[in-house]
Design a protein around this ligand. Structure first.
Ligand code: HEC
Length: 153
């Protein structure tokens, strides 16, 4: 082995390993369960969509038996922006995620078009928008049995 190899080999090995990891990650994301899991993380931990879309118990806690099944807004600004909506709709498969096809939901979450306040104008990356969409579509919502005690949307 000449000197150039001795210097260059670790770099080559590093690059190969790094790329392998990357390819594996991207493939993982495209699989159903992994995609849904990532969507759940984005919805529940990062964007916290449930703060608006999940109804609350009379103690003010999120009612997780009706997770993302639609709720009245819990705050109203003194000066309402134009188009203000007092309700956040059901976004599970029994609501928007069932009525809208995947394409429309991905477009909505990646462009922010069609969002009326206080719904944030999300401009998610395509990968994130697809993950969120897959997760929402995986939730049976009101069709699932749980949450039928009160039709809130
Ligand atoms: C600050 C409160 C709030 C948060 C946070 C929020 N939403 Fe909304 N969302 C609303 C309100 C209010 C509406 C009704 C206004 C509208 O239709 O644009 C709405 C509407 C929607 C709609 C239907 C839009 C339409 O045109 O019918 C979808 C889909 C949606 N939200 C998904 C999400 C997702 C996914 C998240 C998290 C990534 C999220 N929302 C976070 C308040 C919120």
């Amino acid at each position: 082995m000449n000197r150039r190899w001795i210097v260059g080999l670790p770099l080559v090995i590093f690059l190969v390993l790094a790329m392998n990891g990357r390819v594996a990650r991207v493939e993982g994301q495209n699989q159903g369960p992994a995609l849904i899991k990532r969507g759940a993380y984005l919805v529940n931990q990062v964007a916290r969509c449930g703060d608006c879309h999940t109804p609350r118990t009379n103690k003010g806690k999120l009612d997780l038996t009706r997770h993302l099944q639609g709720a009245s807004m819990w705050f109203t600004p003194k000066i309402k922006p134009k188009g203000w909506e007092n309700r956040a709709p059901d976004i599970t498969a029994s609501g928007k995620a069932g009525k809208w096809n995947e394409e429309r939901m991905v477009k909505f979450l990646s462009t922010g078009q069609e969002s009326d306040p206080p719904m944030p104008r999300y401009k998610l990356s395509m990968d994130d928008a697809r993950a969120v969409t897959a997760y929402l579509r995986s939730l049976a919502g009101k069709k699932g049995g749980a949450g039928q005690k009160k039709d809130d949307d």
